[in-house]
Design a protein around this ligand. Structure first.
Ligand SMILES: [Zn+2]
Length: 255
C-alpha cells in the first residue's frame, strides 16, 4: 500500500515536471507577447579593468539586439512586432557553479540543477518579470586563451554567456548573447562540437549559394562564418549573422 502511494506520488511529481516543461515551452514558443530577456552582468575574475567596464555598461550597449530579433522574426513571417525585449538587470556579485569538466550526462544534469538553484537564489529582483535570465560573465580584456563555453538552458530558461569586457568585443559579445538566448527557446547548435565548424545545410546562412564557400554571414546557431574547407571565422557582430529556417522552426517562429 505504502509502496503504491510512494509510486503514485513520484509519478505525480514526474508528470507535473513534464507538464511544467511542456507548458513553459508552449508559452515560450507561442510568440503572443514579447519575451523579456533580462541580462545580469558579473565580474568573473573580480579584476579592476572589468570593474571599470561594468561601471560604464548601460542599456545602449545592448541596443542592437532587439532590432536584430525584430528584423529576423519579420523575415520569417512572425506577426508579433517585437518578439524579444532586452532588459539590463542589476549586477550579480556571486559566481555561478563551475560547469562540469567531464562531458557525462549525469554531470551535465547535476550542473543544470545546481545552476537553476543558484539562479533562483541569486537573481536580483527586476521589472518587468524576466521570461529568460541571462548571466553575463565578463572576463578581463587581456584574458588569454579561449573563454569558457557559454551555455543556454531551455529548462529553467536561463543561460551563462562568457564575454570580454572590451568595447572592441561588443559586436562579438552580442552574437554570443543572441546565440545563448535562442538556446533558451529550444534552438540547437548547428556546428560540429569537435571542430567548431558550421554544419551544412542548416548551419550555413546561404546553403544554396554558388559557390558554397566562402559564405558572407554566419547562421546564428552555427556561430561562425564558413570561409574555406576547415576554416571559419567568428562574426564581428549581429549584422554578419542570420537566423536560418531550421532555427526559426525550432524556436516556433515557423510552424
Ligand atoms: Zn550553443
Amino acid at each position: 500500500m505504502f509502496k503504491a502511494i510512494r509510486i503514485l506520488i513520484l509519478l505525480g511529481i514526474l508528470v507535473t515536471a513534464a507538464g511544467t516543461t511542456l507548458i513553459g515551452r508552449w508559452q515560450a514558443q507561442s510568440w503572443k507577447r514579447p519575451q523579456v530577456v533580462t541580462l545580469y552582468p558579473i565580474n568573473a575574475a573580480g579584476d579592476a579593468a572589468t570593474e571599470a567596464y561594468l561601471q560604464r555598461l548601460d542599456e545602449s550597449d545592448f541596443a542592437r539586439l532587439e532590432p536584430y530579433f525584430q528584423d529576423q522574426a519579420r523575415r520569417h513571417g512572425v506577426a508579433l512586432s517585437q518578439p524579444i525585449r532586452i532588459v539590463l538587470g542589476r549586477r550579480v556579485s556571486a559566481l555561478p557553479p563551475a560547469p562540469p569538466r567531464d562531458r557525462g550526462v549525469l554531470a551535465a544534469i547535476s550542473w543544470s540543477l545546481r545552476m537553476r538553484w543558484w539562479a533562483w537564489r541569486e537573481t536580483p529582483p527586476s521589472s518587468p518579470v524576466p521570461d529568460v535570465k541571462l548571466f553575463l560573465m565578463y572576463h578581463p580584456p587581456d584574458f588569454s586563451g579561449a573563454l569558457p563555453h557559454s551555455i543556454g538552458l531551455e529548462k529553467g530558461r536561463l543561460g551563462l554567456a562568457h564575454l570580454f569586457a572590451a568595447r572592441a568585443q561588443q559586436g562579438a559579445n552580442e552574437v554570443v548573447i543572441a546565440h545563448e538566448t535562442l538556446h533558451t527557446f529550444s534552438a540547437t547548435d548547428k556546428y560540429d562540437p569537435a571542430t567548431l565548424m558550421p554544419l551544412p545545410p542548416d548551419g550555413y546562412a546561404e546553403p544554396d549559394r554558388e559557390p558554397l564557400l566562402p559564405q558572407a554571414r554566419a547562421e546564428l546557431m552555427a556561430g561562425r562564418i564558413p570561409l574555406r574547407n576547415g576554416e571559419a571565422r567568428i562574426p564581428d557582430g549581429l549584422a554578419q549573422t542570420v537566423i536560418g529556417p531550421a532555427t526559426a522552426r525550432e524556436i516556433g517562429w515557423v510552424k
